[in-house]
Design a protein around this ligand. Structure first.
Ligand code: UT7
Length: 332
């Protein structure tokens, strides 16, 4: 019997810029230490996208081109591209449009999703719906951020965490039981107070004062966000497993948003999820916001087998958070 149509990841590519910012480099910029950063966050280094005119679309273009080449797909075959980012090249148009233009995708509609660190999960679930419904056959979902463009490198509480990078996946229809099975996505707008950018939007447009007051950077109440992230991610995963009648033993890999190693360890502890089955690359890239999950998936992909059961999870600005359950579709 043929199963219902699902959206499966059939292609993946990540990209990070070559320039590295190490913990030692940060010691020279703010009052911190290599050891503090490593032990409090798990991060050793992060990438920085340098050069005039280089926006988040650069990351997306590298990742999308990588997929088109590897999967031998002509840009004209893509019929939807969604880009999750909070650091779009411009306020408008959307970075998705700019990526399509650069790679020659002309038959697609394209738009951005702004859900901060949960952006990739939000975009993946939206993209999956277009594939499941049968209206779109080849959908690309990008998660990318140039966090260095909105980070205050005089603020030691934020500048140590974030980095630049991202990735993309191709979604195609499958009827073999693989693909995105379920999603449990949430939001709570009351969380805005604890994680946001103060100026630059319509509420407080840019002015000389907003620049002088350093209001065009990430504002974060780290401790509050930390606790909310642990609670949020562990509860959505728990709900999703229950709904799908799965246990931790059934899951081959947990792929969490990489914001802080201690957040990941706390989630794994609360769920009794063994750390050997948790994907970690925070030490190399830090927190790339919408970029962390596609970067993890891309690095993990060679070790994955068709049929592997994966849980992706994230928490971030909004607040937004969630978890997605999928069955890996690529034969490696
Ligand atoms: O991406 C999604 C959203 N973001 C997150 O999920 C991030 C969540 N938050 C965090 O990862 C952590 O809260 C941080 C890494 C931001 C901060 O770590 P923490 O362990 O929560 O530190 P804290 O804010 O409780 O500060 C502890 C101490 C403070 O000093 P006092 O008041 O105890 O004297 C800070 O001033 O550590 C100090 N501190 C630092 N010291 C050296 C804060 N940042 C630094 C630093 N170097 N970079």
């Amino acid at each position: 019997m043929e199963m219902k149509t699902t959206a499966a990841i059939t292609g993946i590519c990540g990209w990070v810029p070559p320039d590295i910012l190490t913990n030692k480099d940060l010691e020279k910029m703010v009052d911190t230490s290599e050891e503090w950063i490593r032990t409090r966050t798990g991060i050793k280094e992060r990438r920085i996208l340098k050069g005039e005119g280089q926006g988040t679309s650069v990351i997306g273009v590298h990742a999308v081109k990588g997929i088109l080449e590897k999967n031998k797909i002509d840009p004209s075959e893509i019929d939807l591209l969604i880009c999750a980012t909070i650091t779009g090249d411009m306020t408008f148009p959307d970075t998705a449009n700019l990526i399509c233009n650069e790679v020659g995708i002309k038959n697609a509609f394209a738009f951005d999703i702004n859900a901060a660190c949960s952006g990739f999960l939000y975009a993946l679930n939206v993209g999956a719906k277009f594939v499941e419904s049968g209206t779109h056959k080849k959908v690309i979902v990008v998660g990318a951020d140039k966090m260095s463009s909105i980070i205050d490198y005089t603020d030691r509480t934020t500048c140590i965490i974030f980095g630049d990078g991202g990735g993309a996946v191709l979604l195609e229809p499958k009827t073999d039981g693989t693909g995105i099975i379920d999603a449990n996505l949430k939001s709570d707008g009351a969380g805005w107070k604890h994680l946001h950018m103060k100026a630059g939007g319509s509420r407080k447009p840019p002015s000389i004062e907003t620049v002088q007051n350093r209001e065009h950077f990430v504002y974060q109440e780290g401790k509050y966000v930390f606790k909310a992230a642990v609670k949020g991610m562990s509860s959505v995963i728990h709900e999703l497993l229950q709904k799908q009648q799965l246990t931790i033993e059934d899951i081959n890999w947990l792929i969490p948003h990489q914001a802080n190693m201690r957040i990941i360890e706390s989630v794994s502890n609360l769920l009794d999820f063994p750390m050997e089955k948790v994907m970690i690359n925070i030490h190399k890239y830090g927190n790339t916001t919408a970029g962390t999950i596609p970067l993890c998936l891309w690095e993990l992909a060679p070790d994955l087998n068709k049929g592997d059961k994966l849980i992706l999870t994230a928490f971030g600005g909004g607040f937004t958070w969630g978890a997605i359950y999928l069955i890996w579709a690529i034969d490696s």
